[in-house]
Design a protein around this ligand. Structure first.
Ligand SMILES: Cc1cc2nc3c(=O)[nH]c(=O)nc-3n(C[C@H](O)[C@H](O)[C@H](O)COP(=O)(O)OP(=O)(O)OC[C@H]3O[C@@H](n4cnc5c(N)ncnc54)[C@H](O)[C@@H]3O)c2cc1C
Length: 256
């Protein structure tokens, strides 16, 4: 069995992201493996343990994205591939999906392609479904458990009303929710292996495709409007007096 996990490198969730001149910047904040993709890696490794599968982690991005791939290798993925090409500058999610689909086809004989729920920077949450569309594969979203039953993939989805069981044929695209379980920490051996890994880089020419034309444009990106916040420290001679003042303020502001 062959499993692929698609991961994105994103600015750390603690980074202060600001829009400047229609462009997004996060200064020199560290770049990390997209936190939602850690759950996708965990799901892939769980399925690997149950089936003895090969797990390949792939990313579309710049040279720096090798660090995100190394995190996934350190967690236990067997091999990593970076897809990088200057022609992908300004790609939209459909273009990224087209490239991921071509890479999955080049890897060959892939049974399951795992995705995270969404990237914490782009936040579109559509790349997995779009990749499935390019591949012509069924797409199962937000899996909280994953099992292989014969030649069927069976997943459970946690939804507000309960749990939904969904099954499909293979090959399939699966996006993973955080209910899959806590992603494992990279092992010491894994970190050593990842630090020595020589990650191959595939270009669009290697995939045999031209630069996909972006159809969705982001003509502008702006910061949220500044919110005026008034802070008042309530003091008093006793906790009761402070509580009474606090209750009056809450009523005055019509919070309750
Ligand atoms: C400077 C800049 C300009 C941009 N301009 C545009 C624009 O004009 N129009 C536009 O539509 N988008 C634009 N983007 C967004 C960019 O193309 C998105 O990264 C892409 O659309 C993927 O969407 P997402 O990041 O929201 O991922 P989501 O759809 O939220 O990701 C879902 C899952 O897909 C997988 N995934 C996502 N990205 C990758 C990847 N690169 N490699 C491997 N797996 C991945 C991960 O598993 C992830 O959890 C721009 C981005 C930047 C940085």
């Amino acid at each position: 069995m062959n499993i692929v996990v698609c991961v994105k490198q994103v600015p750390d969730s603690a980074a202060k992201v600001v829009a400047e001149g229609g462009k997004v910047t996060w200064g020199d904040a560290p770049l990390v493996l997209n936190p939602w993709d850690e759950f996708a890696v965990e799901a892939a490794l769980m399925l690997q343990e149950a089936t003895d599968a090969e797990v390949t982690v792939i990313s579309v991005g710049g040279e720096s994205a090798k660090e995100a791939l190394k995190t996934a290798l350190a967690m236990g993925c067997g091999q990593a591939i970076l897809i990088s090409d200057p022609a992908l500058e300004g790609a939209d999610s459909r273009a990224v999906a087209q490239v991921l689909a071509a890479a999955i086809q080049k890897i060959g004989n892939v049974d399951v392609a795992f995705f995270g729920k969404q990237a914490i920077d782009g936040d579109m949450g559509v790349t997995g479904a779009q990749t499935g569309r390019f591949l012509g594969w069924p797409v199962l979203s937000l899996a909280s458990t994953i099992k292989l039953e014969g030649d069927k993939l069976v997943i459970e989805r946690s939804i507000e009303e309960g749990r939904q069981i969904v099954e499909s044929s293979l090959p399939a695209v699966v996006s993973v929710s955080k209910d899959i379980g806590e992603p494992r920490y990279p092992s010491f051996m894994g970190i050593r292996k990842a630090s020595r890994a020589n990650i191959p880089v595939w270009t669009l020419a290697d995939l045999g495709i031209n630069a996909p034309t972006p159809l969705v444009r982001w003509p502008d990106v702006v910061n949220p409007p500044a919110r005026e916040v008034k802070t008042e420290i309530i003091t008093g001679d006793s906790p009761q007096q402070i509580a009474e003042q606090l209750a009056d303020k809450i009523m005055e502001e019509k919070v309750l």
